[in-house]
Design a protein around this ligand. Structure first.
Ligand code: PLP
Length: 274
C-alpha cells in the first residue's frame, strides 16, 4: 500500500509528490523535523512536539506558521487508516532560484508522511560506543544527520542497532535516542545542553521517575560511569524505553532484569499507551 504523505498542505500518495531539486532541504539539509507518535488514533504529547518544532524553527530562523504545521499533521492522521504509528514531518527553508549558502526570503516547504508502527515487544539493544562527531547544536532537531548516519552504519556492520556517543569521554546520547543508566540504585541521565536533543520521551521518563520518587540525577557523566552501571536504557518516540543488553566495545556489569527499568516501563505504558 502506498504511503500517505503531505506536501505543503496537500495530502496525497507519496508517489505523487514531486519536490524541486532546488529545495534547500535537498541541497543543504536546511530543514528541521519532528517524529510524533500516535496510539489508538491519538497523538502522544502533540503540543510538546510542536513546541520543540517551534524551537528548531526559531533557532534556524526558518519562518513557518506552527498552526499550518499542526493542521497538516492532524489532517495526515485523520486521512490515514492507521491506528498506531508515527508521523514524520519536516520543514525546510524553501526552494531557492540559485544554490547559495545565503538564503533568500522564500516560503517554507513542508513535508510529512505517516507510518504504521507497533510500539510493543521491541528487543533489547546491542550498542557500540562511538565518538560524537556531530555539530555543536544538537538541541536543534535538524535533518542534517550525517554524523549519526555514518556512526550508526558502522555499528550496524558489526551487528549493533544503536550507538552510544561521547565527546572526549563525556556521554551525550544515542544515534536516535537519549540515554539513562542505573548505578547504585540511582537513575542518571546527561543534563540538557547544546550537545543533546531534548527528547520528548526523556522528558516523559523524568516525569515518571520524579512522580515515583526514585533516586535520580541529571548531570555530566563519563564512559567510566557506564562501566559500573547495572542497567542502561535508551528512550525515543519510537523505542519508548528500551534496555541495552550489551555494549560491544565496553566491558560493563549490565543486568537486563532491572527493577527500576520495569517500574518506569510499566508506568510509561500505563500513562501513554492505555
Ligand atoms: N536524540 C536523538 C539524536 C534523536 O534523533 C532522538 C529521536 O529521534 C532522540 C534523542 C529522542 O527524542 P524523542 O524522545 O523526542 O523521540
Amino acid at each position: 500500500m502506498p504511503k500517505l504523505a503531505s506536501y505543503n498542505g496537500k495530502v496525497d500518495s507519496i508517489e505523487n509528490i514531486k519536490v524541486s531539486p532546488m529545495s534547500r532541504a535537498f541541497l543543504f539539509s536546511d530543514s528541521v523535523y519532528e517524529v510524533i507518535s500516535f496510539y489508538k488514533k491519538k497523538f502522544i504529547d502533540f503540543e510538546t512536539h510542536l513546541d520543540r518544532l517551534k524551537h528548531s524553527l526559531n533557532e534556524t530562523k526558518i519562518s513557518c506558521s506552527i498552526e499550518d504545521c499542526k493542521t497538516e499533521i492532524v489532517k495526515l492522521l485523520n486521512e490515514s487508516k492507521f491506528e498506531d504509528g508515527y508521523i514524520y514531518y519536516q520543514v525546510s527553508r524553501g526552494v531557492d532560484s540559485i544554490r547559495s549558502h545565503f538564503f533568500e526570503e522564500s516560503d517554507c516547504e513542508r513535508f510529512g508522511f505517516i507510518e504504521e508502527f507497533s510500539f510493543f515487544n521491541q528487543s533489547p539493544l546491542k550498542v557500540m560506543l562511538v565518538d560524537d562527531i556531530r555539530w555543536q547544536r544538537c538541541d536543534i532537531k535538524s535533518t542534517s544527520l550525517l554524523g549519526n548516519v555514518l556512526q550508526m552504519n558502522d555499528a550496524k556492520s558489526i551487528g549493533c542497532n544503536e550507538i552510544l556517543m561521547h565527546k572526549n569521554g563525556e556521554l551525550t546520547e544515542g544515534g536516535a535516542s537519549n540515554i539513562f543508566f542505573v548505578k547504585n540504585k540511582t537513575i542518571f541521565t546527561p543534563e540538557l545542553s547544546p550537545n543533546i536533543l531534548p527528547g520528548i520521551t526523556r522528558h516523559q521518563v523524568i516525569k515518571i521517575i520524579k512522580d515515583k520518587k526514585l533516586n535520580f540525577e541529571e548531570g555530566s557523566y563519563r564512559i567510566d560511569d557506564l562501566k559500573e552501571a547495572s542497567s542502561i536504557w535508551f528512550t525515543s518516540t519510537t523505542k519508548g524505553i528500551l534496555g541495552v543488553e550489551e555494549i560491544v566495545n565496553l566491558e560493563t556489569k549490565i543486568n537486563t532484569e532491572c527493577e527500576l527499568l520495569e517500574i518506569c516501563k510499566n508506568a510509561f505504558v500505563k500513562r501513554y499507551f492505555s
